[in-house]
Design a binder for this molecule. Structure first.
Ligand code: 2M8
Length: 472
């Protein structure tokens, strides 16, 4: 077993038993994380969790590939490649690729509800959802390549060459079909596209959507078979999710129609910051495979200008989601506001303002000696809920994104605290889907894949890939 210490130092609030005094525990966590990822693997891809999410999810697979790449480069490449086999002809990467081997009623809404075959642009014979998720994939592909062992560098480069046109098509789709007015920012047409589905970031807009009587066929929520109702979206929000789905389905998933008519049309700062971060990754990938990086740098620059020009609200000193339908900036203070830290060119005063907020009692409360980072919603907001899905709990993927963003702006102290807190949460509660920031308890699925994958990445950063225990 490797005795390497992780590069991050724990924050003082973790007390004894932290990583500094227990490096073997970090190694044990990495081994346990691998067991979770291996157990959730199903053939050529990895399920987010076995019971609640028994299909392939888009950004989950990208996170999973990053984690797996530390010990199984080939498996990590296969994970992303499998997902992109279901890419639509428009370039859209669907949020869910349904696994025909999963029991038909394992997940709701399943393929019979989505009916992706209604679109001529959907892959034939491969049922998927009809919406997308944050485009983290180019960044994940670059990370996977970086972790490839020396003797696989040729195979890894060949894989990057195969992936490159598909990753470019994914980004082009978002820059065109999702930005018909050419503002430089892509809009999402369903909260599920954000990945932070039930976030208060767009409450005002989403809460206004009225589901007409009789608009939905009777249904049974399968998520409540596997998770506590208090942890999951309310029935009213679930009905809105499904109503938006039916509108999009009835429009045949035609992007122009959906964008023109969807009652939900939001520009999310986190989604667009991920787009930008992936454009920078594409510029690096282009350099590696002998393609031209310039268009990707130009695209990143355009997103950068639009993020600052359209989403930075100086009166509030933060980035806000933009409701395009009503042309309003959303007031809620959530983790999506910190997403633009992923922009390496973010001006220093803006970085400073974000860090002030991240260190404020809203997101970094100091309760005695113990506190957990980073809640997904302002802990002082009236609607803050420490247990409900995306409305307050800590998720390890948003922690991972912030950790990357903070490090690239030289804020390693806060970045290290996030890693230490993530480790402590998993030690206490296991690889849960999300965690209560008040007491560190775990919620949602157990043995959740991206929690395992991203904790692995945080702990392995700075180490040599393929040096972990039981290297396969
Ligand atoms: C959650 O979303 C799905 C819908 O796509 C659901 O609630 O059924 C979100 O946390 C999303 O970000 C995640 O990709 C998915 C699978 O982990 O679950």
């Amino acid at each position: 077993m490797s005795q390497d210490r992780p590069t991050s130092s724990p924050s003082s609030h973790l007390g004894s038993g932290d990583l500094a005094t227990a490096p073997r525990t970090a190694d044990a966590l990495v081994v346990a994380a691998r067991e979770v990822l291996d157990a959730n693997r199903s053939g050529r891809y990895t399920r987010p969790s076995q019971a609640l999410y028994p299909h392939q999810w888009s950004w989950d697979s990208a996170f999973i590939a990053v984690g797996r790449s530390w010990y199984d480069a080939e498996g990590a490449r296969l994970e992303l490649e499998t997902l992109f086999e279901a890419q639509w002809d428009t370039g859209m990467v669907p949020s869910i690729v349904f696994d025909a081997a999963a029991p038909p009623d394992a997940y709701f809404p399943g393929p019979d509800v989505w009916q992706s075959e209604r679109s001529p642009m959907a892959p034939r014979g491969r049922p998927t959802s009809g919406i997308t998720q944050p485009p983290i994939h180019a960044r994940a592909a670059l990370e996977v390549h970086r972790h490839a062992p020396q003797d696989q560098s040729t195979a890894s480069l060949a894989w990057l060459e195969r992936m490159y046109p598909r990753l470019v098509a994914q980004q082009r789709y978002l820059a065109t079909a999702r930005d018909p007015r050419g503002i430089g920012l892509a809009a999402i047409v369903h909260p599920w596209e954000s990945g932070l589905d039930d976030s208060p970031a767009w409450d005002r807009d989403f809460g206004r959507i009225e589901v007409p009587g009789g608009a939905l066929a009777p249904y049974r929520r399968r998520d409540l078979d596997h998770a506590t109702a208090a942890d999951r979206p309310t029935d009213a929000d679930y009905a809105r999710f499904l109503y938006l789905l039916t509108l999009e389905r009835d429009a045949g998933y035609d992007d122009a129609r959906v964008v023109a008519t969807s009652p939900f049309l939001i520009v999310d700062p986190l989604f667009n910051a991920i787009r930008l971060w992936s454009e920078h990754a594409l510029a690096e990938i282009a350099g590696l495979i002998g393609a031209d990086p310039a268009p990707h740098r130009a695209a990143a620059c355009r997103i950068h200008d639009a993020l600052i020009g359209e989403l930075w609200v100086s009166r509030r000193q933060r980035f806000c989601a933009w409701d395009l339908r009503r042309d309003q900036r959303e007031p809620e203070d959530t983790v999506v506001s910190f997403g633009p830290l992923l922009d390496p060119d973010l001006p220093r005063p803006v970085v400073a303002a974000i860090c002030r907020e991240l260190e404020s009692p809203s997101f970094h409360p100091r309760r005695g000696g113990l506190h957990y980072l980073v809640p997904t919603y302002d802990e002082r907001a009236a609607g803050f809920d420490p247990e409900r899905y995306w409305r307050g709990p800590i998720w390890l993927n948003t922690n991972w994104l912030l950790w990357h963003g903070l490090r690239q702006h030289g804020r390693s102290g806060l970045a290290d605290e996030i890693v230490a807190s993530s480790v402590e949460l998993v030690r206490r509660s296991g690889f849960r889907e999300y965690f209560d920031p008040l007491d560190g308890s775990g919620h949602g699925s157990s043995n959740f894949s991206w929690s395992a994958a991203l904790l692995t990445d945080m702990l392995m950063a700075g180490r040599s890939p393929h040096t972990m225990a039981n290297n396969g």
